[in-house]
Design a binder for this molecule. Structure first.
Ligand code: GDP
Length: 444
């Protein structure tokens, strides 16, 4: 997410902060580079212009250049202006309406609408403790209703039974009635998409809107389509009226322009971002945290929140107690690796840490990646419980068996054992254990 932009801006601002004194000309020059970086990231031109104008107004000719740390002041101004451009405050889904409350999902085909419907339903169920019903109003694509049903089965969320031959408006009506009778809090209406905007689609959306009276209408847009996503949001807003935006594929290597200009151009908040194909790959859009990520300050708050949500507290507490006694066997190592995987693997964790760019490159050089975590877990899983508790048992023949069982070379098994030994030693020395993640974060 935002990697190349983050690298560019990081470089420009680094140069500024490393210099002691700054002249207005230095700041102007840096701002020209910032402007170029934003344009290359595919941010809408008027947004770039207003952004750099505002930064310039605040940074030039005022106290900045005379202050003790002029470079840092400029970074702060850029940061604050980024936050403003992104919409200042996070805007979560609004659930303040009598039940059943309808959330209508709109967007083009393939944008991630159905996936996002299930993601949001899952989040409202698990985090907000709401009872959610999902209904597909897509009668055009034969497999669409089935797709939502399968997602419902996977996530344990109820879907409206499929009745052939009904119109989208009829299905929406049936969903609202079923929700009323079944005591549901929220109804997710997944509407049909098209490959492009057309009159029939807009008419259908307007009709569903007036019959279901949704409390939220969320446009799902693919962030990889850049400015097209922004134009799409504008069109949908003019014709149907939207309350917010879900930007998908933020895990891809898009240039970030859509995320950066969406709010400023459409006036509508980006409420959520999709960061993967799995049903839990959904994050809130926090302007200040996104600005932190873009400026390479990391997003420790999101990381800690995610850790609190994902990590099994009970298991962690047990492990911490063991480590306090200096025990750290291969079972414990496997558990730590699995917890890291839950947080999105190394790339997920690194992506949220400050000064990521450089570390990440080093890690890539050292071949430390997510596949490696998976491989290590596989190696440990090929051991017997006894071996996991007593790694000393692992002599040549056992290592051979384990390597064959997990599809790696004996050298890989040795590497893992060495890593385990080092970590076990470290755990012993560091005493009071908080888990690997706790240590990594404590060390920062
Ligand atoms: P729809 O036609 O708009 O309903 O799109 P789908 O929900 O069927 O999604 C199309 C494809 O995009 C599927 O393969 C999804 O798994 C994938 N997808 C959806 N959201 C994301 C996301 O945030 N990141 C990634 N990487 N893939 C996504």
């Amino acid at each position: 997410m935002f990697e190349s932009l983050s690298d560019r801006l990081g470089g420009i601002l680094d140069k500024l902060t490393r210099r002691g004194a700054l002249t207005d000309a230095d700041v102007s020059e840096a701002l020209r580079e910032v402007r170029r970086a934003l344009i290359e990231a595919d941010v809408a031109l008027p947004v770039v212009k207003s952004f750099t104008d505002k930064v310039r107004q605040r940074a030039i000719g005022h106290e900045v250049v005379k202050s003790v740390t002029p470079g840092q002041q400029v970074v702060k101004i850029v940061h604050d202006q980024l936050v403003e451009m992104l919409g200042s405050d996070a805007e979560p889904i609004d659930l303040n309406a009598p039940a059943p409350l309808a959330i209508m999902m709109v967007g083009l085909q393939g944008s991630g609408k159905t996936t996002s419907t299930a993601k949001i339903a899952l989040r409202l169920t698990s985090q907000e403790k709401r009872k959610v019903l999902m209904a597909s109003l897509d009668t055009r694509r034969p497999a669409a209703q089935e797709q939502l049903k399968v997602l419902g089965e996977q996530t344990g969320i109820d879907t409206l039974p499929i009745v052939a031959g009904q119109t989208p408006v009829q299905i929406a009506g049936r969903a609202m009635t079923a929700a009323r009778l079944g005591g549901y809090d929220v109804v997710m209406l997944d509407t049909a998409g098209r490959t492009h905007i057309d009159e029939a689609l807009m008419a259908e959306m307007a009709e569903i809107k007036s019959s279901a009276e949704p409390h939220e209408i969320l446009l799902v847009a693919d962030s990889l389509t850049g400015q097209d996503a922004v134009n799409l949001a504008t069109s949908f807003d003019e014709r149907v009226g939207i309350t917010g935006i879900v930007l998908t594929r933020m895990d891809g290597d898009g240039r970030g322009g859509a995320a950066l200009s969406m709010r400023a151009v459409t006036g509508k908040p980006v409420k959520l971002i999709g960061t993967g194909e799995k049903s839990d790959a959904l994050e809130d859009f926090h302007p200040s945290r996104i600005a932190d990520r873009i400026l390479g300050m990391g997003d420790i708050v999101s990381l800690v929140e995610k850790a609190a949500r994902e990590i099994d507290q009970e298991k962690s507490a047990k492990m911490a107690a063991r480590m306090q006694k200096g025990v750290f066997d291969l079972e414990d190592l496997a558990e730590q690796l699995k917890q890291m995987e839950k947080l999105g693997g190394m790339s997920g964790i690194m992506g949220m840490m400050p000064g990521v760019g450089k570390i990440k490159k080093q890690m890539e050089g050292a071949n430390i990646d997510d596949r490696m975590i998976k491989r290590q877990v596989a190696i440990i899983q090929s051991m017997t419980p006894q071996e996991r508790r007593k790694p000393d048992l692992l002599k040549a023949s056992r290592k051979k068996r384990i390597a064959a069982g997990s599809g790696v070379a004996v050298a890989d098994v040795n590497k893992l054992l060495k890593m385990h030994r080092q970590m076990a030693d470290m755990m012993k020395k560091m005493g009071k254990g908080k888990g690997l993640l706790g240590k990594m974060m404590g060390g920062m």
